[in-house]
Write a protein that binds this ligand. Structure first.
Ligand code: ZN
Length: 566
C-alpha cells in the first residue's frame, strides 16, 4: 500500500461543514441517484455517496478527537457542538438513501454486488432513526457531553499534587495499602460531592431514551438499544443465557481468585481498594516512560508480523497517537479513524501503570482492524459491530503475551498471570453492568435511590465478594456512576464480555500454536464488518459465547493454569 500521501496528524486539513455545505452535498448525491439509469450508474452513485460520507465522518471524528484532547478549550467545544447540532441531518439523509436502496427496483443487482449483509444492517439503521427523534438525539449527545465534562473537571488534591480521575488511578493501585485506601476514598468522595449532578444527568438520559423508543413504537429503550447496537443475530434472551453461564462457571472461579488474592496479600478481608493489587510487591509496571514504551512496542510488532510492524511504524511517524495524560484532557482511551485520509487514531491517558501497555495491545488491535479493512467498498463494511470489534482488540492483548518481557522484564510472568485473572474477573463485572441496564430501562421512572438498589441487586449476583468499607458513595450503591458506557453508550458493555470470551478462545489456541492463532487473527481483522457477530465467530473457528459450553472449557483451563480450584 502506498502510504506516502497520508498526512501527519498536525497537517491534516479538515474543513468545517456548515449546514449549507451539507445541504449542497445531499442535493448532489440525490441527483446522482435520480439520474442513474443502469446498475453501473447506480453503483457509481453509491460510490460517490460513500466517498462523501467518509469525508463527513472524518470531520465528525476530527472535532470529537480535538474536543477530548482539551475539553477546556472553548473553540473546540463550540466546534463539537456545531457538529453535533448538524449531525441528525447527516443521519437523516443517510437513512433516506438507505431506505431508497432497500426499496429499489434494482435491489437484487445491488445486493449481488455488495452482499446481503449490508442490506440487513441498513434495515436496522432505518428502524432506529426517524426525524421525530432528531432533537432528542442532539439532547442525548449534549447530556453525555455534560457527563464527560463533569468527570474531566475533577481536581483532586492528593499528597501535594492535583490529580484528575485518570491520574489518581495509579495511586488507587499502590502497593501501600494506606495510599490506595486514601486515594480510593478521595476518588469516590468526588462522586459523593457531585451526586446530585450525576443523578440529574442520568435521570434525564433515561427519560429521554425511553421517550425516543416510544416515539419509534417500541415498548422500552432495551429494544431500541439492541437495534442501535446493530445486533442482527442475537437478542436479550441470548445475552441472558450468556450472563447465566458467567454466573455458573466464572463467578465461582472469580471468588476463588479473590480468596487466593487475599491470602497472597496477607489480608483477613479483601477490601474494594485491595482488588486492584494482586501481589504484595505491587502490580508489575512498565519499566520506562512514554517514549521508551513506543520503542518497545515498535520492536514487539516488528517481531510479530510484517503487517503489524509497518502499520505501527506508520501510526507513530504520522502522529496518530495521543497517549500522555494532561489536565483538561478527557479520560479513557479509544481508537477512531479518519476515513478520508485512510488512517486510524489512538487516544489514551498514560499513567505509569501496566494499563499503558494495554493501549498498545488493545487499541492497536482496533486500529489494525480498521486499517486492514478500510478499503471495503462501503464505509458501513469497515467496522464490525462492537462485540466483534472488541475481539480484535482483546485478542491482540493475548496474542502479544510472548513479548511482554520487553515491557516488564522479569515481571512478565506476573503480568500475564494477572492479565488472565483480570480478564476472568472482568466477566462478572461486565455482565453486572449489562444486567443493571436491563433493569434500568425496564423501570425508567425509578428514583436515584431505587437505581442504586438495582445495582446492589446485580452486585449480589455477580460480585458477591465486594466489600466497600465505609466509602459513602459505594455503600449506597453508586459504583456504577463511574462507568461512562452506562451514561453514554447504553447496552454497549456486554460487548466487551462477549469479545473477551472470544479472546480467551484465541488465548487457548495461541498456547497450542502462537503463529497459527496470529494468522487466523490477521485474517479476521481483514474481514472487518462484512458479516454479523455469529458469522464472524464461525469464520474464525470461535464458539459463539451464548452457546452451551462456551465458558465451561475456558474456565476449567484457566483454573488449571492459575492453579486455583473453584
Ligand atoms: Zn476496545
Amino acid at each position: 500500500m502506498n502510504t506516502s500521501a497520508i498526512p501527519h496528524f498536525d497537517d491534516m486539513q479538515v474543513p468545517e461543514w456548515t449546514d449549507a455545505d451539507l445541504k449542497a452535498t445531499f442535493v448532489a448525491i440525490d441527483e446522482k441517484f435520480a439520474r442513474a439509469q443502469s446498475v453501473e450508474d447506480l453503483i457509481a452513485a453509491i460510490r460517490f455517496w460513500d466517498g462523501e460520507q467518509r469525508r463527513i465522518s472524518t470531520w465528525k471524528e476530527w472535532v470529537s478527537v480535538r474536543f477530548t484532547q482539551n475539553t477546556s478549550d472553548v473553540t473546540r467545544k463550540d466546534a463539537r457542538e456545531r457538529m453535533e447540532a448538524l449531525w441528525p441531518s447527516v443521519t437523516d439523509h443517510g437513512v433516506q438513501i438507505k431506505r431508497m436502496l432497500l426499496n429499489h427496483a434494482q435491489r437484487a443487482e445491488i445486493e449481488a454486488f455488495y452482499g446481503p449483509e449490508i442490506f440487513e444492517k441498513w434495515t436496522l439503521d432505518i428502524a432506529t432513526f426517524d426525524p421525530i427523534i432528531a432533537d432528542d438525539l442532539v439532547e442525548e449527545s449534549t447530556l453525555s457531553a455534560q457527563y464527560t465534562e463533569l468527570m474531566a473537571s475533577a481536581e483532586l488534591p492528593f499528597r501535594g499534587e492535583t490529580l484528575n480521575l485518570s491520574t489518581i488511578l495509579k495511586f488507587m493501585q499502590d502497593s501501600d495499602r494506606t495510599v490506595r485506601e486514601e486515594a480510593t476514598a478521595l476518588y469516590w468522595g468526588w462522586f459523593e460531592t457531585n451526586r446530585a449532578e450525576l443523578d440529574r444527568i442520568f435521570g434525564a438520559l433515561v427519560t429521554l431514551r425511553t421517550n425516543m423508543a416510544k416515539k419509534l413504537g417500541m415498548p422500552s429503550h432495551t429494544e431500541l438499544g439492541y437495534l442501535r447496537m446493530q445486533r442482527l443475530d442475537y437478542g436479550p434472551a441470548d445475552v441472558a443465557k450468556f450472563r447465566e453461564q458467567v454466573r455458573q462457571y466464572v463467578v465461582p472461579l472469580a471468588q476463588a481468585l479473590r480468596r487466593e488474592q487475599a491470602q497472597r496479600l496477607g489480608l483477613d478481608e479483601l477490601m474494594f481498594w485491595d482488588e486492584t493489587v494482586f501481589d504484595p510487591s505491587g502490580n508489575p509496571a512498565p519499566q520506562g516512560d512514554h517514549d521508551w514504551m513506543v520503542e518497545r512496542a515498535t520492536e514487539m510488532f516488528d517481531a510479530m508480523h510484517p503487517e503489524l510492524s509497518s502499520f505501527f511504524r506508520l501510526l507513530n511517524e504520522r502522529g496518530l497517537m495521543d497517549l500522555k495524560s494532561r489536565q483538561g484532557k478527557a479520560g479513557g482511551g479509544y481508537c477512531t479513524a479518519f476515513l478520508e485520509f485512510g488512517v486510524p487514531f489512538i487516544y489514551a491517558n498514560f499513567n505509569g501503570t501496566k494499563g499503558d501497555v494495554v493501549v498498545f495491545t488493545h487499541e492497536m488491535g482496533h486500529a489494525f482492524q480498521g486499517w486492514s479493512s478500510q478499503n471495503k467498498p462501503l464505509m458501513d463494511q469497515v467496522w464490525p459491530t462492537m462485540e466483534s470489534a472488541e475481539i480484535h482488540s482483546m485478542s491482540l492483548e493475548f496474542l502479544t503475551w510472548p513479548h511482554m518481557e520487553k515491557f516488564f522484564g522479569g515481571d512478565a510472568d506476573r503480568f500475564r498471570r494477572q492479565h488472565l485473572a483480570e480478564t476472568l474477573l472482568f466477566l462478572p463485572y461486565g455482565v453486572a453492568v449489562d444486567h443493571f441496564q436491563h433493569l434500568i430501562y425496564d423501570r425508567p421512572d425509578a428514583t436515584p435511590e431505587e437505581r442504586n438498589a438495582m445495582w446492589q441487586e446485580v452486585e449480589a449476583l455477580y460480585l458477591p465478594w465486594r466489600n466497600y468499607g465505609d466509602i459513602a458513595a459505594l455503600k449506597r450503591g453508586a459504583a456504577w456512576q463511574r462507568q461512562l458506557h452506562i451514561y453514554g453508550m447504553p447496552f454497549y458493555y456486554i460487548d466487551y464480555t462477549l469479545a473477551a470470551t472470544c479472546a480467551l478462545q484465541f488465548w487457548v489456541r495461541s498456547e497450542e500454536n502462537a503463529d497459527a492463532a496470529l494468522a487466523d487473527y490477521v485474517k479476521l481483522c481483514a474481514r472487518g464488518g462484512d458479516a454479523p457477530f455469529r458469522e464472524l465467530c464461525r469464520s474464525a473457528g470461535l464458539r459463539a459465547p451464548f452457546d452451551d459450553g462456551a465458558l465451561a472449557g475456558i474456565a476449567a483451563h484457566a483454573a488449571r493454569v492459575l492453579g486455583v480450584s473453584a
